[in-house]
Structures are given as C-alpha cells and as structure tokens.
Design a protein around this ligand. Structure first.
Ligand SMILES: Nc1nc2c(ncn2[C@@H]2O[C@H](COP(=O)(O)OP(=O)(O)OP(=O)(O)O)[C@@H](O)[C@H]2O)c(=O)[nH]1
Ligand SMILES: [Mg+2]
Length: 211
C-alpha cells in the first residue's frame, strides 16, 4: 500500500518553520511535495501564509517591502510536505546586485525543484498582473506548473470593486491553462482562506507528475 495514503490529512495549523535557504544548495532535500508562494514585494505573501496556517507569527510580515530575502521553508504534519515563502520580486529600493541575486535564486529554485507541485501567485487586488506577475504566469504555462492566484487585500476594496477586479484578472488569464484557481483573498478578513487550503491540499496530497 502507498504509505502516503495512510497519512492523516494536512492541518495547516501544524506548519512550522523549517529552514531559510539563501541558495539552492541550502534547500531541504528535493523529495515529497512543495507549494511555493511568489509575488511582488509587499503583495502580502507572508501574510497570506500566516492566514492559511492560522499562525500570525509563522512568516515575518512587514510594512517595508523586501522583508523576505531568503527562501523560507515550512513543514506540515505530512511527511515531506512543505510550504515555501519566496522572496518578493520587483522591489525598487534595493541595489541592482541584490536584485539580481534574488532573481537568480528564485529562477534556480523554480527551474530545478522537482518536488514543486504548484505555485501560489499572490497579487494585490488593486494592482493585479504587474509585468513580473505576467512573467510568472507565462513561466508556469511554459513549464506546465499548476498555478493558483490569490488576489489579496480584498478588504481594501468595496465588494463591487473587488468583483470587477476579479473579472478583469479572469479575462486576462482566460487563455492560460496553468491557472487552476483564482481566489479573492484577504489575510485580514480571512476571505478565501478555506478555498485556498482545499486547493493546496489537492496539490500536496495528489499524485506526483513525476511518479
Ligand atoms: N489590509 C490588508 N493588509 C494586508 C493584507 N495582506 C498583507 N497586508 C499588509 O501588507 C504589508 C505587506 O505584507 P507582507 O505579507 O509582509 O508582504 P510580502 O509579500 O510577504 O512582502 P515581502 O516579504 O517584502 O516580499 C503588511 O503591512 C501587511 O500587513 C490584507 O489582506 N489586507
Ligand atoms: Mg514576505
């Protein structure tokens, strides 16, 4: 019997900090199943992870963009299932060299990581689909990586405005088959958290593409 089937289901509240990796060689062994959170700096990635795990202290959040500079790994109550907080991209106020370093590590992680089951792209619902976001969508499409989009900070808009923004995003992404989930989200109000957890569980517990 597949030992995975006998494991208990994932509880996101079980998430624990595992390791911070400045480089690819510092990442945990490339086995099991991982879902990574990417997005523009300050979009709300770390906050989204904290909302999903119901642990406000899990990933460090900040008003200052560029807070998450390392690839941070979090374990779950399922053997070798992990959530990954990626450094934000597109933050203007760091030096060119630092930016290049981040981009290089991000690119290496995305290109090399065999256990990556899907990417959660976090974007501010008020500023969706920036140039970098679009690059990430295209990258996922090209590399056949499942993509979930969290349009976060929905609490900052009236519901009608949030709906309009969601429709605009959906229209722009119509042609992309990699987009499996598009979720209106708020780390503050917890909107979309359950839907997101369900989608994550399907990815993390589902069969591996490589097996
Ligand atoms: N109102 C509101 N504020 C949010 C939400 N999500 C994040 N924020 C705020 O946005 C700021 C950035 O959030 P972070 O979660 O640190 O953003 P990040 O994407 O991890 O940023 P980097 O680590 O710099 O890439 C913080 O001040 C958060 O409190 C949300 O859903 N609603
Ligand atoms: Mg962060």
């Amino acid at each position: 019997m597949d030992s995975d089937l006998s494991q208990k289901s994932i509880s996101y509240n079980s998430a624990r900090f595992l390791v911070s990796a400045p480089r690819l060689e510092d990442c945990p062994p490339d086995i099991g199943a991982e879902v990574a959170f990417a997005g523009r700096s300050n979009a709300g990635k770390s906050s989204a992870m904290n909302a999903i795990t119901a642990n406000g202290k899990l990933a460090r959040t900040s008003k200052t963009p560029g807070r998450t500079r390392l690839i941070n790994f979090f374990s779950l109550n399922r053997e070798n299932a992990r959530l990954v907080d990626l450094p934000g991209y597109g933050y203007a106020k760091v030096s060119r060299d630092t930016k290049d370093e981040w981009q290089k590590h991000l690119g290496q992680y995305l290109n090399d990581r065999q256990c990556l089951r899907g990417l959660v792209l976090v974007m501010d619902i008020r500023h969706p689909l920036t140039e970098f976001d679009q690059m990430m969508v295209e990258w996922c499409e090209h590399n056949k990586l499942a993509l979930m989009i969290l349009a976060t900070k929905a609490d900052k808009l009236k519901f009608g405005q949030a709906k309009t923004s969601m429709l605009g995003i959906a229209r722009k992404l119509e042609a992309f088959t990699c987009v499996e989930h598009l979720i209106m989200f708020s780390s503050t109000s917890k909107r979309g958290v359950d839907e997101c957890r369900e989608a994550l569980t399907n990815w993390l517990e589902g069969p591996s593409e490589n097996s």
